[in-house]
Design a protein around this ligand. Structure first.
Ligand SMILES: Cc1ncc(COP(=O)(O)O)c(C=O)c1O
Length: 406
């Protein structure tokens, strides 16, 4: 569709670790909510405005360059997870993609799915719907098995896999504790038992290295508005090509066909029996969110410029600086003792006399933006956060505690 069309240009920006020059309008001086909703950088805005301008000027004429732009975006996204661009589908978000995959699985009655207690619902609800629709049985295991202080405990998982399971669904990084689950070990165990692995990677991709082959992942989905720093409503999914080909395209739309728009150009091409694409991009069944993906490309361009490994190290240094002093102030750290189990998310159980929600509000009044999943205080910095913020954030914490304790 984009043959012969140049994609819109990439933004002319230089993203640098610890430098928020690309966020000139951002109000909180310490923005620690990348695990919730990232602010848009000027790189993302330039791309968004470029796409909006193109559509304003040309309407339909803007479609081919934006289509070419999405193809380039898929290459960048694929590189972030060690996959191929042809196996990427651009989707609204994590839940939408996992819901579509769950609806399209070639389930057999009696199949079992392994799910985890304590997971974010985006990777539970779609599978539970499948259990109702297709006579599949859910098996819940505690996610806490992978976050034990002495290391992950695989006993319950091994037993569940030995009983037989069609699929295991898990998040790469847990939204409330920041635990990076041992995906490579989980993937190896799944493979050994012929169980497929579906990963919600929204809390990882962009800040935590992910490799679909090394981790044995079969399906992956991630919204774009957290660690990829794009807008809401523009995410991506990936599936191993043989797994995508085995899906039953129950959610196909008119753009899921091979050469979906040819009938809009030439006569005699309007047919309903044209084959559907057999890679995961059959999920792209409607006219796409061109503006959203343009913005996502601007955001991801910055991440690719710096590199995920460097971003991960930078975030760990930020966390290293803040964690000990928070513990000294009476917070109980939920950070994994093993560095391999850490991520961009760092949380604490607050001191007994205080609620995390009130601490977060008091920090917000002081220009520190953070969040409180399940009553934990969560700091989630990203590449623009400077290490020099940490003492100032700790000063704001001291003020907030003093205010709340009267
Ligand atoms: C682990 C996890 N999965 C999924 C989501 C959201 O997914 P979606 O892209 O469907 O909004 C969140 C946070 O909002 C999350 O923390």
């Amino acid at each position: 569709m984009s043959a012969g069309f140049e994609p819109t240009p990439l933004p002319d920006v230089e993203a640098r670790l610890g430098d928020r020059a690309l966020f000139p309008e951002l109000v909180p001086w310490a923005y620690l909510n990348h695990s919730a909703i990232s602010p848009l950088s000027s790189a993302a805005r330039v791309c968004l405005e470029q796409a909006a301008g193109l559509t304003a000027r040309e309407g339909l004429g803007g479609f081919p360059p934006l289509n070419a732009q999405r193809k380039r975006l898929k290459q960048t996204l694929a590189a972030l997870i060690g996959g191929q661009a042809e196996d990427i589908a651009l989707v609204p978000g994590t839940g939408a993609a996992l819901g579509a995959i769950a609806a399209c699985m070639p389930w057999k009655p009696g199949d079992r799915i392994i799910l985890f207690e304590g997971e974010f619902p985006a990777n539970v609800t779609p599978w539970l719907q499948a259990t109702k629709a297709f006579g599949v049985e859910p098996v819940f295991l505690p996610i806490a098995d992978f976050g034990r202080p002495d290391g992950p405990d695989f006993d319950r998982l091994d037993a569940a896999l030995a009983d037989g399971a069609r699929l295991l669904a898990i998040s790469a990084v847990q939204f409330q504790t920041g635990l990076q689950v041992p995906l490579a070990e989980i993937g190896r165990r799944c493979r050994a038992h012929g169980c497929e692995l579906a990963v919600d990677a929204i809390q990882a991709v962009g800040a935590v290295p992910i490799d679909v082959d090394a981790m044995g992942i079969d399906y992956l989905a991630a919204g774009g508005h957290k660690w990829l720093m794009g807008p809401q409503g523009a995410g991506f999914a990936w599936a191993r090509p043989e797994k995508a080909a085995a899906l039953v395209p129950r959610v196909a739309g008119w753009m899921s066909h091979v050469s979906p728009v040819d009938f809009l150009i030439a006569p005699g091409m309007l047919r309903y029996d044209k084959p559907l694409r057999t890679r995961l991009d059959f999920l792209e069944g409607s006219a796409p969110n061109g503006l959203g993906y343009a913005a996502l490309e601007g955001a991801v361009h910055c991440i690719a410029q710096i590199g995920v490994a460097a971003i991960f190290e930078h975030i760990q240094r930020w966390h290293d600086a803040v964690d000990g002093p928070m513990v000294e102030r009476g917070f109980r750290s939920r950070r994994a003792p093993d560095a391999a189990r850490r991520s961009g998310v760092l949380t604490w159980t607050p001191p007994k006399d205080l609620l995390a929600a009130n601490i977060s509000l008091a920090l917000g009044r002081r220009g520190v933006a953070c969040s409180t999943p399940e009553g934990l205080l969560r700091f989630a910095p990203h590449w623009p956060n400077a290490l020099g913020e940490v003492p100032l954030v700790l000063g704001a914490v001291d003020e907030a505690l003093a205010e709340l304790r009267g």
